[in-house]
Design a protein around this ligand. Structure first.
Ligand SMILES: Cc1cc2nc3c(=O)[nH]c(=O)nc-3n(C[C@H](O)[C@H](O)[C@H](O)COP(=O)(O)O)c2cc1C
Length: 251
């Protein structure tokens, strides 16, 4: 039995090259490379992704860990160009409304718009950061497409009955899919703006989003055009490292 397991592991090590092992000076292994090289893709070819490939990506999501193994997710795959276009249109209109109400620099409402934005920020402090707000402007003005022209979109829903913090499980599940897609030569982009569908009764009905599910994120999926946007800088956060009875700060 033991021999069989060792043989199995040896075969895996051979086919995966430098996997399941580490030595000083070793190159990044394939998994690390996929993690480090993945970028958000915002330009896609028209060519559709074969269904089999999408299913492989979904499979990576299905195998994500979750608290209590509750697997609190559900996927909706949309590959209908007309429907994706309708969804884009809906979000564009919503963004126009948000721009009109909250963008005090351009809104004809003037000071009232500044006041409304302050109320909005207090009520939803995570929603009006400068970058997403800049994207609201771009979507409203037709300069940025919601799904970036991707031919396939995976909506990730959260089962609110999940154990403990199902939001975390859903995030891990999505990241599994995004990394698997990258490893298969596909491009992805998370699309947080699908949040705006929660205001659209028509869309919620059409997509069948109801208790216990909540629409959390979208993942645009397709073959990338050219190279992605390039490396995005990451902060080097200080790490508190406890060892031998004392704390060190490391980076
Ligand atoms: C939860 C989440 C939501 C996001 N929503 C959007 C979005 O709506 N539109 C978009 O273009 N990018 C979106 N992004 C992509 C981020 O902007 C991107 O991951 C970040 O700038 C880092 O760049 P990188 O993915 O290329 O490393 C989202 C990312 C995450 C994790």
């Amino acid at each position: 039995m033991m021999e069989k397991a060792t043989e199995e592991k040896r075969r895996r090590d051979v086919s995966f090259g430098e996997m399941y092992t580490w030595h000083e000076g070793m190159e990044w292994n394939p998994v690390e490379r996929v993690i480090l090289e993945r970028r958000s893709v915002r330009r896609y070819k028209e060519e559709q992704v074969p269904e089999k490939l999408v299913r492989r990506v979904l499979e990576a999501g299905r195998f994500a860990p979750s608290a209590g193994n509750s697997q609190p997710w559900k996927f909706i795959v949309i590959r209908d160009p007309g429907m994706l276009e309708e969804m884009e249109k809906y979000v564009r209109l919503r963004c126009r409304l948000l721009k009109f109400l909250l963008d005090w620099e351009s809104s004809p409402l003037g000071r009232l718009s500044w006041f409304l934005s302050q109320v909005y920020i207090r009520l939803m402090p995570n929603e009006l950061h400068p970058i997403p707000f800049g994207a609201i402007r771009l979507i409203a003005d037709g300069k940025l497409r919601l799904f970036h022209g991707a031919p396939t979109v995976i909506l990730v829903l959260m089962d609110r009955r999940g154990v403990s913090k199902p939001q975390v499980d859903v995030g891990i599940c999505g990241q599994n899919m995004v990394l698997a897609a990258h490893s298969l030569g596909l491009g992805t982009c998370w699309v947080g703006f699908v949040e705006l569908f929660k205001f659209g009764t028509k869309w919620k009905r059409k997509l069948g989003i109801k208790w216990p599910y909540r629409l959390m994120e979208g993942i645009a999926l397709g073959y990338p055009v050219g190279e992605p946007d390039g490396m995005v800088a990451r902060e080097l956060h200080e790490i508190d490292w406890w060892e031998d009875g004392r704390k060190r700060a490391v980076f």
